[in-house]
Design a protein around this ligand. Structure first.
Ligand code: FRU
Length: 498
């Protein structure tokens, strides 16, 4: 019988595959200019986000063997500014009995998180083996250099889900509060999404505290990738609920009772209203900022870059703050400003009822830029729309529309005509403020659009796949006049992530 390969052997095979596939990457046309993306193969969730000694670590779900989802490893990248990333060797490969079954060709190191335990970087992840009763267990791996990780002999540190909870039991997020480590794990109770709370003094022995929060019956039948953290004077719970019409990047603000082990939500919305945003994870950096990165795709949308043998990208990092009304706001991290290159500023512009204004007549801006504009609408004038047409072709047949509808007080990203291969949808974000003013802050990359509204009030992230030559940028009004107070556009430098 063949001896099962060690973790190091599996890592070598994975790294070798990365090197081999690198040579096979084909057409670079879908490669993003400033977003983190799969070096080769497939990526999904961000994992183990952490900063240590000034270095940011981004681990991620990674199939180093193919551009389809498959045997999950943890890929790894580092950065000192959240913008320029370096690829590191694969950090985790499935190799142990609780995550690797050679005979059945079943394996997976699923999503999880990272903490510093003194000088030891510790990854906490889910070992996944489909087809067995306790198919998901929690495991840890440690490192003293932040690059090479050793699986802990005490693994699995949690070997099954608690009595009465689903065996869908994954994506541990660990943090320290007072003397103790706490962990939330995504799961379900009676087909309602839920989070199981655990407590530990040493990261290897975990005591089950209870169900810290669960769906009210409308919030999905399983909660993937939970993240529970303090923000301002509140606690925030982010989940990625499965099988719900009610959103898929839910953020609840509320309070946490550590004595009872219960998180009580006070309000709920989506952290991002775009279709291509999933499995968000946050961490606190050394400036005390709460930073979020999410997978900028969705399992059920298209992945046109598969023809070029890679799939998956991350959103730009965002800083979360607590708004005055108690809702979570998300802002692009200020480090992104370092990418600004050519700048064009426009002052006040008055647009009539059915107007369009070309912002890119000189074709200065290609498909990698930041744009910020502020609109003032007439008071009591609700019947119409204002907005931007982006990635527009010469003949106008291809376009991605970012608009504001004062009648519904929603910002929309309409990808219906965003290119043949784009996922066609109208993504809508309801706003809370309603004062005839709207600020749209947009980040465009080769095949993505991220929109931030007002001061972080709402975000919408979508992948689009227009022709590379479709680079028109237009302001427009429909059915109503409006004033644009200012517009700033900056082309973005390429970060050199390959
Ligand atoms: C979310 C998810 C997680 C799981 C991982 C597997 O996208 O399904 O729940 O750990 O992806 O790749």
């Amino acid at each position: 019988m063949n001896q099962q390969k060690t973790h190091n052997e599996q890592l070598s095979l994975a790294n070798q595959s990365v090197a081999n596939l690198k040579g096979e990457l084909k057409d670079a046309s879908y490669r993003l200019n400033y977003h983190f993306m799969a070096p080769v193969g497939w990526i999904n969730d961000p994992n183990g986000l952490i900063q240590h000694n000034g270095v940011y670590h981004l681990f991620y779900q990674f199939n180093p063997y193919s551009f389809h989802w498959g045997p999950m490893h943890w890929g790894h990248a580092t950065s000192t500014d959240l913008v320029h990333w370096n690829h590191e060797p694969v950090a985790l490969a499935p190799s142990e009995d609780y995550e690797y079954d050679e005979a059945k060709n079943e394996m997976g190191c699923f999503s999880g998180s990272a903490v510093m335990n003194g000088d030891v970087m510790t990854l906490i992840y889910t070992g996944h083996l489909e087809g067995i009763e306790n198919k998901e267990v929690q495991a840890i791996a440690t490192s003293t250099d932040g690059i090479h990780f050793t699986k802990h002999p005490a693994n699995p540190v949690i070997s099954k889900s608690p009595e009465g909870l689903s065996n869908e039991f994954r994506d541990p997020k660990v943090w320290k509060h007072g003397e103790f480590w706490y962990m939330v794990v995504g799961t379900a109770v009676d087909n309602d999404g839920a989070i199981a709370l655990y407590k530990s003094s040493n990261l290897t022995e975990w005591e089950y505290v209870g169900i810290a929060a669960k769906s009210d019956g409308t919030q999905g039948d399983m909660w993937e990738c939970p993240d529970l953290f303090p923000l301002g004077d509140k606690y925030v719970l982010i989940t990625s609920p499965m099988n719900t019409d009610n959103g898929k990047s839910t953020v609840m603000t509320g309070s946490m009772d550590y004595e009872k082990g219960i998180f009580t939500p006070e309000s709920q919305r989506e952290i991002d209203y775009g279709i291509d945003f999933y499995a968000a994870q946050t961490f606190e950096d050394d400036k005390g900022r709460r930073i979020l990165i999410a997978w900028m795709d969705f399992p059920f949308t298209e992945f046109p870059s598969k023809v070029d043998k890679w799939s998956g990208a991350m959103t730009i990092p965002r800083e979360l703050t607590l708004g005055e009304d108690g809702f979570v706001c998300s802002h692009p991290v200020q480090e992104l400003r370092a990418l600004r290159d050519i700048h064009k500023h426009y002052g006040k512009l008055a647009l009539s009822k059915e107007d369009a204004y070309d912002l890119n007549s000189n074709k200065t801006f290609k498909h990698s830029y930041e744009l910020k504009c502020k609109w003032t609408l007439l008071e009591n004038e609700k019947d119409g729309k204002v907005g931007l047409r982006l990635r527009q072709s010469e003949d106008g047949s291809e376009q991605t529309i970012v608009s504001y509808d004062p009648a519904t007080n929603e910002v929309m990203v309409d990808t219906t005509h965003a290119g043949e291969l784009s996922h066609k949808a109208v993504n809508k974000a309801p706003l809370r403020t309603d004062n005839n003013e709207i600020t749209l802050h947009v980040f465009v990359d080769t095949c993505s659009v991220e929109v931030f509204v007002n001061d972080g009030e709402a975000a919408l992230s979508t992948r689009i796949y227009p022709d590379l030559a479709s680079n028109g940028i237009e302001l427009y009004t429909e059915g109503m006049e409006a004033t644009v107070e200012y517009i700033d556009i900056w082309s973005f430098k390429n970060t050199g992530i390959s």
